[in-house]
Design a protein around this ligand. Structure first.
Ligand code: URA
Length: 209
């Protein structure tokens, strides 16, 4: 079964408090999501493999290190996932970015894919799929399935906040995918919002309602 890791770094938790606060406006919300996404990416990439190389400093030859494993890819689930991309790219500028767009069919309530654009070497990349809210888990699970069908073999899921229902869905459908969160909240309400959550992440990021 995939692991769930809540990233308890004090800066992540402090900033998440302001992200949750309904008084936080669009500009600050967007900046804070960027910052938390970068901090989460910092934690998630802790175990990336390194290789030893030599570098010539102005003084002498030094032993140094560079990343040696698979290249990285970031895949935001549209639209709210977009809010986490820039912060991550600040830390990992060489990562390529794919996009997966899904909407929920109002009748069947099933996720329907409307847009997919991925790096051509997706099968060789370590992917971080990002969506701020893991609510029912339906969209994230469908996005991961879609990525696997297109050749992805190595994925992590990174969300700001999850409900237990969403975590269970991903663990049931994709036991090979570890989940990284800033917080695991209490439950979903009858409208599918995470409680206590932060409201609609897309609306708060983009100033829509
Ligand atoms: N999507 C959101 O943006 N917020 C929730 O609480 C649940 C799903």
């Amino acid at each position: 079964m995939g692991q769930v890791k809540v990233l308890n770094h004090p800066l992540i938790q402090h900033k998440l408090t302001f992200i949750r606060d309904y008084k936080t406006g669009t500009k600050a919300f967007r900046e804070l999501v960027d910052e938390v996404a970068a901090l989460m990416a910092f934690e998630i990439t802790r175990e990336l493999p390194l290789e030893e190389i030599e570098v010539e400093t102005p003084v002498t030859i030094a032993k140094a290190y560079q990343l040696s494993g698979k290249k990285l890819g970031i895949v935001p689930i549209l639209r709210a996932g977009l809010g986490m991309v820039d912060g991550m790219l600040n830390l990992i500028p060489a990562a390529k970015v794919g996009h997966v767009g899904l909407y929920r069919d109002p009748e069947t309530l099933m996720p329907v894919e409307y847009y997919v654009k991925l790096p051509s070497d997706i099968h060789e990349r370590e992917l971080i799929v990002v969506d701020p809210m893991l609510a029912t888990g339906g969209s994230a699970s469908a996005a991961i399935t879609s990525l696997k069908e297109r050749g992805a073999v190595n994925m992590k899921l990174m969300c700001l906040i999850a409900a237990p229902e969403g975590v269970k869905q991903i663990q049931d459908d994709h036991p090979d995918v570890d989940i990284y969160l800033a917080a695991l909240d209490e439950k979903l309400d009858e409208k599918g919002y995470i409680v206590p959550g932060l409201g609609d992440a897309g609306d708060r990021l983009f100033g829509t309602k």
